[in-house]
Design a protein around this ligand. Structure first.
Ligand SMILES: Cc1cc2nc3c(=O)[nH]c(=O)nc-3n(C[C@H](O)[C@H](O)[C@H](O)COP(=O)(O)OP(=O)(O)OC[C@H]3O[C@@H](n4cnc5c(N)ncnc54)[C@H](O)[C@@H]3O)c2cc1C
Length: 453
C-alpha cells in the first residue's frame, strides 16, 4: 500500500477544506470519550454527500487502506478511535434533516444529525423522540444506530433499533444499499437493515436513516428516593416497577460525591444517603400511597417529589452528570447487564470485591429497570500494573457471567472489549458476525480491530 499515493487520491474526492491533516484535528478526531490512543490517522475527511462516501470506500478498497466511520465520538468503547494510521471519515457535515413524512411520523435524517436536534425537531412538531442520555447533545444519529444506543428511557420505549424505520448504507465493499422502503409491513424474508444496527461500523457506513417519532407522553414528575441498606433495593423496585415508569435509575453515594467534587454549583448538601433511585413517571393511581408505604416501612430514608420542571431537572442532574464527573480520572469502565432480578446481588458482590481495597474507588450507577449497571473503577494510585487491571476485569466478568449477564449492555464492544468479547461470547454468534463481515467487507477495510478479530 502506498500511503502518499492514497493520500493524493483523496483530493480527487474531497476539496481541500474537507481533508484535514493538521495536529489539532488529528488530536480531536483520533479518540472517542473512552480512549487515549496515541495514533496518527492519515487524514480526516468530511463527506457532504452519498457519492463521496461511495468513492472514498472504493478508494480504500483499491489501496487496501483501513477506514473508520466517526460520529460524535461520545462512544465509550473505542469504536470510533483510530488505532494506527487509518483514514477517519467524519459525518459532521452530513448533519441535516432531509424530509418529514407526517403520514408515518418519520424523519429522514443524515447520519451526522445530532441526537438532541432530532429530539427538538420532534418536540417542535408536537411529537417525541424518546431515546435520551447525557451525551445526546453531541452524539449523532448514525453513531446511535451503529451502537444501538439505549439510555434512560429504555424501560418504557426501548433502544434506538425500535425507531429505525429505514436505512441507506454503503457497505465495506462499496455497494450502496437502500433499505428504506417506507412500508410498515414487509414479509419478504429477514429485514436486512437490522444487520447494520449495533454493528459498530464494521459492515457499512450509514449514509441516511428514517427515524420514527411517537406521540408526546403525558406530563411527568420525578422522584428521588434515598436509602442506606442495599437490601431495601429489591423491595423498593418491586413496588415501583408495578407502575408504568418512563425511567428508573440508580446511583451510589460515591457517584454523587464525584458530581459534588467536579460541579461546585450543584447543590447536594441535603442529600446524605448511601444509595439513590430516580424515577420519572406520569401521575398514576396508587403511586403516592406506595411511596408512603416505602417510607413507613423504613425502606427509604428520604423521598423528594418534584413539583415543577426546574426541580425535575435538578434531580436528574445528580444522575446525568456522573459520567462527566469521572471522565478526567480515566476510570476502568464496565457497562454490564444482568437479569433485573439479580441486580441487587450484583451490587452486593461488587461492593464485597472492592471493600478492603484502598487502591480503588468504586463508582456504580445505571439503568436499574434494565438491569444495566455502569461500573467505573477509579484508581487511587498511579502505580497499578496492567496485571492488576486484568485481574479486576476477570473478577468482575466472573461475577457477571455467574449472574447470567452480558459484558456490554449498551456501549458496545469497540476496541476496548474486543478481547473479552472474543474470549467469553458464544462461539456461534462470533462466527456469524465474522461471516457477515466477510460478506459486506471482503477486504476488511472497515473499522479494523473493533468488535471481532
Ligand atoms: C456522558 C455519556 C453518557 C452516555 N450515556 C449513554 C447511555 O445512557 N446509553 C448509551 O447507549 N450510550 C451512552 N453513551 C455512549 C454514546 O453516547 C453512545 O454509544 C452513542 O450512540 C455514540 O454515538 P456517537 O455519534 O458519538 O458515535 P461514535 O462514538 O462516533 O461512534 C460509535 C460507533 O459507531 C460507528 N459509527 C459512527 N457513525 C457511523 C455511521 N454513520 N455509520 C456507521 N458507523 C458509524 C463508529 O465507527 C463506532 O464504532 C454515553 C456517552 C457519554 C460520553
Amino acid at each position: 500500500m502506498n500511503k502518499d499515493s492514497f493520500y493524493n487520491n483523496l483530493s480527487n474526492i474531497f476539496d481541500k477544506p474537507n481533508i484535514k491533516t493538521d495536529v489539532s484535528n488529528k488530536e480531536k478526531y483520533r479518540n472517542d470519550w473512552a480512549t487515549r490512543f496515541d495514533s496518527d490517522p492519515v487524514a480526516i475527511v468530511f463527506p457532504k454527500e452519498l457519492e463521496q462516501v461511495i468513492d472514498v470506500v472504493k478508494l480504500c478498497n483499491e489501496f487496501n487502506y483501513p477506514l473508520i466511520p466517526s460520529g460524535g465520538r461520545t462512544g465509550l468503547s473505542g469504536g470510533a478511535s483510530a488505532l494506527s494510521n487509518e483514514l477517519i471519515v467524519s459525518f459532521d457535515k452530513m448533519n441535516k434533516i432531509l424530509d418529514f413524512d407526517e403520514s408515518s411520523s418519520t424523519v429522514l435524517c443524515q447520519p451526522g444529525l445530532i441526537t438532541q436536534n432530532l429530539q427538538s425537531f420532534a418536540k417542535n412538531n408536537d411529537l417525541y423522540y424518546p431515546v435520551d442520555f447525557s451525551s445526546s447533545g453531541s452524539s449523532q444519529i448514525g453513531g446511535n444506530i451503529a451502537t444501538n444506543a439505549g439510555g434512560i428511557r429504555v424501560i418504557k420505549y426501548g433502544s434506538t433499533s425500535q425507531y429505525v424505520a429505514g436505512l441507506d448504507v454503503v457497505t465495506g465493499n462499496g455497494h450502496h444499499l437502500s433499505l428504506d422502503d417506507m412500508l410498515i409491513k414487509n414479509a419478504t424474508g429477514p429485514d436486512i437493515k437490522n444487520f447494520f444496527i449495533g454493528s459498530e461500523g464494521i459492515y457499512g457506513l450509514i449514509t441516511s436513516c428514517r427515524m420514527r417519532l411517537i406521540k408526546k407522553p403525558d406530563e411527568t414528575k420525578v422522584v428521588l428516593i434515598g436509602f442506606n441498606e442495599i437490601s431495601s433495593l429489591d423491595e423498593i423496585s418491586k413496588l415501583i416497577l408495578k407502575f408504568d415508569v418512563e425511567a428508573i435509575e440508580f446511583f451510589t453515594k460515591n457517584s454523587l460525591d464525584q458530581v459534588k467534587k467536579e460541579f461546585k454549583n450543584i447543590d447536594t448538601h441535603h442529600l446524605g444517603n448511601d444509595y439513590y433511585i430516580i424515577i420519572e413517571l406520569h401521575d398514576q393511581k396508587g403511586f403516592t400511597e406506595d411511596l408512603e408505604k416505602i417510607y413507613h416501612a423504613k425502606l427509604a430514608k428520604e423521598i423528594i417529589i418534584s413539583s415543577n420542571n426546574s426541580q425535575k431537572e435538578s434531580i436528574w442532574q445528580y444522575r446525568l452528570l456522573i459520567s462527566e464527573s469521572i471522565s478526567r480520572s480515566s476510570p476502568i469502565k464496565f457497562d454490564v447487564a444482568v437479569p433485573v432480578k439479580n441486580i441487587t446481588r450484583l451490587i452486593n458482590e461488587l461492593q464485597k470485591l472492592f471493600k478492603k481495597n484502598e487502591f480503588y474507588n468504586l463508582i456504580l450507577f445505571g439503568h436499574l429497570g434494565d438491569g444495566n449497571l455502569h461500573i467505573n473503577v477509579l484508581k487511587n494510585t498511579e502505580n497499578l500494573k496492567s496485571k492488576d487491571i486484568s485481574s479486576i476485569q476477570k473478577n468482575i466478568y466472573s461475577i457477571i457471567f455467574k449472574l447470567g449477564g452480558t459484558l456490554s449492555a449498551e456501549h458496545g464492544i469497540g476496541a476496548n472489549k474486543m478481547k473479552a468479547f472474543m474470549a467469553y461470547e458464544n462461539k456461534i454468534k462470533i462466527e456469524i458476525i465474522q461471516n457477515l463481515k466477510r460478506y459486506f467487507d471482503n477486504n476488511k477495510i472497515l473499522n479494523p480491530g473493533k468488535l471481532v478479530e
